[in-house]
Design a protein around this ligand. Structure first.
Ligand code: ADP
Ligand code: ZN
Length: 748
């Protein structure tokens, strides 16, 4: 050991002013305890503050280095996370501490976890019931206990059992003494998600792979232990990607390494955990934000202590403190939910790549509609493409019908549903089958659409829809700032049906109730899923046929597997199609394909009806023909022409203030500063556009302006951009807020 120990720490406080390491001295008596990633208590100015150790030094950097005051026993951050958080903060323009916080346990503070008593039968089901019947007269509570245990697969916790039977401890103990039951103490962190979900454990049917799956599997296998580390499975919905994930996981676990399994929505963890617990009993952990604080902490601790071999979860799960990772699975890699919309605005895929490289592990991505970014990478060496073109068991893709809503309009049908969709719903219900009605997103009415001809005004320079603004009424491109007056007549067909467009799930639900008052419906959107456990309830209710129609936003489009759904109705494909975003076409194609993939998954077959005012659009046509390649070719062409990602990078800078003029002025000033400081960038095809009002111009009483960088290799200028903005924000006044998003997925 060295004589003196200096450390550098990041203070646990979100502020630009302290967004850099500070040096401290570790007193001798604390020296053994301080590790990289430790949480320490330090004096800072006149206060005491928590901080995280990010580096060691041999020498003091300044005179009079102060001593730390204490250290927490349990090092919270993996060494890996010290590096990861730094990289992340640089790439995604956040403060280091914000990135560190992503890697910390959910509750922040360390809590004690308790244990729970878990009762397991030592008899078979039949014998439990026999014994229960035999003692019913004499020992009623005891017989109830046995009966309850016979009804489940793998025992019950004593608190549960007590609630169900009203039995006292004495009854339990006499059953234990008779040798009929055993009681185990399980620490809460091991009392996992698995035990709460019914179903068999450890028994599953070994599927024999289809020819396509076999080929894909051979390739992926070579990656586990080989040179090729990144894979993209491009496989249509229902082609059996999951089976490949599970086999890869099995193989990696057999080699003694661990698996991170990411899905895009919390709702999907429920379905996946069912499959995982069958194959990997006792080795799971589940990490996502819809668990209680306590549950999350317990699961986190389970991972941290090395008790879990597979960690399943949504976006934040990528920061699970899992060691020795051999495989990272990223299902539906194209999904937007993988990008965090608040600071740090990271993309899970980038973090997954970082961690996979750190652990020298395989990254297995899968999608029916891969992102353009990832698909482009398969053209080089980095990512290996494997393709599944057929559904398993010869199931066919559903037939897709496009309904031209302009025609409905001409026929004076002003309702939510076309005649075709309504007729299909009636038929489906009469056969006792299920329907999913899908609305791309909740109401967002900021573009003008002509109901007569489907025309939408576009920016002549940027190929995105113009955004509709009120007071004063005008249309604007929020990329380049182009402005145009609003006309009452459609410029194309000269009729007066040019209106702003929007529709919400509640409205759809209301209309369904009007038409089919006796039919049970479930609505699934961010309102109805806010409560804990809501996802699971909706999923199981619909699965158990408690409702015939499920109405929802993109949440229901992803991954759900309900064989009884034979009709999918896409109520208004235009909503995403005309978002003022260069990815609008891609997003629409993805959503339509995913939604269509929800049907035709059983013997009953399935069909899809897409309602739209723009039936000629390539995204809609390609989705109807299930042709990712058609879509891809057209979209690549457009992106290349206008130099949009993946052929360039974008940095979105948002400047906001409660005062409109202030927001605009400071955006202008910031632009000037950036242009002055980044003179080099001017010559290398880097553009700085704006300021232009954001499509969502006013949020929470703040007016928002965008500056947009577009160019190749922008990461090269990140440091300079970052410093300029940080400096600027120190002088711009408190009410001005500036946020930076590298590679934004949504530009609203
Ligand atoms: P994807 O994720 O590609 O949409 P899934 O993995 O959900 O498709 O597979 C669809 C269904 O096909 C699942 O019910 C799965 O159990 C089943 N399946 C997958 N592979 C096979 C196979 N080789 N043989 C039979 N059934 C399979
Ligand atoms: Zn424009």
């Amino acid at each position: 050991m060295t004589e003196t120990l200096y450390i550098r720490v990041i203070l646990d406080m979100v502020s630009n002013a302290v967004d850099r390491p500070f040096q401290y001295l570790v007193p001798i008596h604390l020296r053994d305890k301080v590790k990289l990633g430790s949480r320490v208590l330090v004096p800072f100015r006149s206060r005491e503050m928590a901080a995280y150790v990010v580096a060691f030094d041999q020498e003091p950097l300044v005179a009079n280095v102060r001593e730390i005051l204490g250290v927490q026993d349990f090092p919270l951050l993996l060494t890996e996370f010290v590096e990861l958080s730094y990289w992340l903060s640089q790439k995604f323009f956040s403060r280091w501490i914000e990135a560190i916080r992503l890697c910390l346990p959910p509750a922040g503070a360390v809590q004690k976890t308790k244990s729970i008593e878990y009762v397991q039968p030592l008899l078979s089901k039949t014998n439990l019931l026999k014994e229960s019947a035999r003692i019913k007269k004499r020992a009623f509570r005891q017989s109830l206990i046995l009966e309850n245990l016979a009804s489940v697969e793998q025992g019950l916790s004593w608190p549960d059992l007590r609630k169900k039977t009203g039995a006292r401890r004495q009854s339990l103990l006499s059953l234990v003494n008779k040798g009929l039951l055993k009681v185990e103490k399980i620490s809460c962190e091991d009392f996992t998600c698995e035990k709460k979900i019914p179903g068999k454990i450890g028994e599953y049917e070994k599927l024999s792979l289809t020819a396509e799956q076999k080929t894909a599997w051979e390739e992926i296998k070579t990656g586990i232990g080989g040179e090729q580390k990144q894979f993209l499975i491009y496989g249509i919905t229902g082609s059996g990607k999951t089976e490949l994930y599970l086999r890869a996981a099995e193989k990696v676990i057999r080699q003694g390494r661990n698996v991170l399994f990411l899905v895009p929505e919390i709702a999907l963890t429920t379905q996946m955990i069912e499959q995982l617990k069958i194959r990997f009993p006792g080795s799971l952990a589940l990490l996502h934000s819809n668990l209680s604080q306590k549950e999350r902490y317990e699961q986190w601790l389970r991972v941290k202590k090395g008790k879990a071999r597979i960690v399943l979860g949504a976006r934040s799960c990528i920061f699970a403190p899992l060691n020795n990772i051999g495989l990272i699975i990223m299902d539906e890699e194209h999904e937007n939910t993988y990008k965090q919309s608040e600071s740090p605005r990271y993309h899970t895929r980038d973090v997954a790549k970082w961690r996979a490289a750190y652990h020298d592990s395989v990254l297995l991505m899968g999608s029916a509609t891969p992102s353009l970014e990832t698909f482009l990478e398969t053209k080089g060496q980095k990512v290996k493409l494997t393709t599944l073109t057929k559904r398993v068991k010869d199931h066919l893709l559903p037939s897709v019908k496009i309904v031209d809503m302009r025609r409905e309009f001409k026929n004076r049908n002003r309702g939510v549903f076309s005649r075709a969709l309504r007729a299909a719903m009636e038929e489906t219900l009469s056969r006792g089958e299920q329907i999913m009605l899908f609305l791309n997103r909740r109401g967002f009415s900021s573009f003008l659409l002509c109901r007569q001809c489907g025309f939408v005004m576009q920016c002549p320079y940027c190929d995105v829809s113009l955004t509709y603004h009120l007071s004063p009424e005008h249309l604007q491109c929020h990329y380049c700032g182009y402005r145009s007056a609003v006309t009452d007549l459609c410029p194309k067909c000269k009729t007066s049906y040019f209106r702003s467009f929007g529709l919400g799930t509640q409205r759809v639900e209301k209309e369904v109730k009007n038409i089919f008052p006796q039919v049970e419906t479930i609505r699934m959107d961010s309102d109805t899923t806010a409560a804990r456990g809501a996802h699971f309830k909706i999923w199981s209710d619909f699965k158990d046929n408690k409702a015939s129609i499920l109405i929802g936003t993109q949440m229901i489009a992803k991954g759900f597997d309900f064989p009884k759904v034979t009709l999918v109705g896409i109520v208004a494909a235009d909503i995403t199609l005309h978002l003022p975003d260069f990815r609008a076409g891609e997003r629409t194609f993805q959503l339509l394909s995913q939604a269509a993939g929800r049907t035709g998954r059983g013997k009953l077959g399935g069909r899809v009806i897409i309602q739209t005012f723009t039936p000629w659009h390539y995204s809609i046509k390609a989705a109807a023909e299930h042709s990712y390649m058609d879509f891809l070719n057209e979209e690549f062409k457009r992106r290349k022409l206008l130099k949009y990602p993946p052929f360039s990078e974008i940095i979105l800078i948002n400047c906001s203030s409660p005062l409109k003029q202030r927001a605009l002025d400071s955006a202008k000033k910031l632009k000037k500063k950036l242009t002055e400081n980044l003179t080099v960038a001017k010559h290398s095809g880097v553009e700085l556009m704006g300021p232009s009002p954001a499509p969502l111009f006013k949020i929470k009483d703040r007016f928002r302006y965008h500056l947009i960088y577009k160019g190749t290799n922008l990461q090269k200028y990140a440091k300079l951009i970052r410093e300029t903005i940080w400096d600027f924000s120190l002088t711009s006044g408190k009410e001005i807020r500036i946020t930076v998003d590298f590679d934004p997925l949504v530009m609203l």
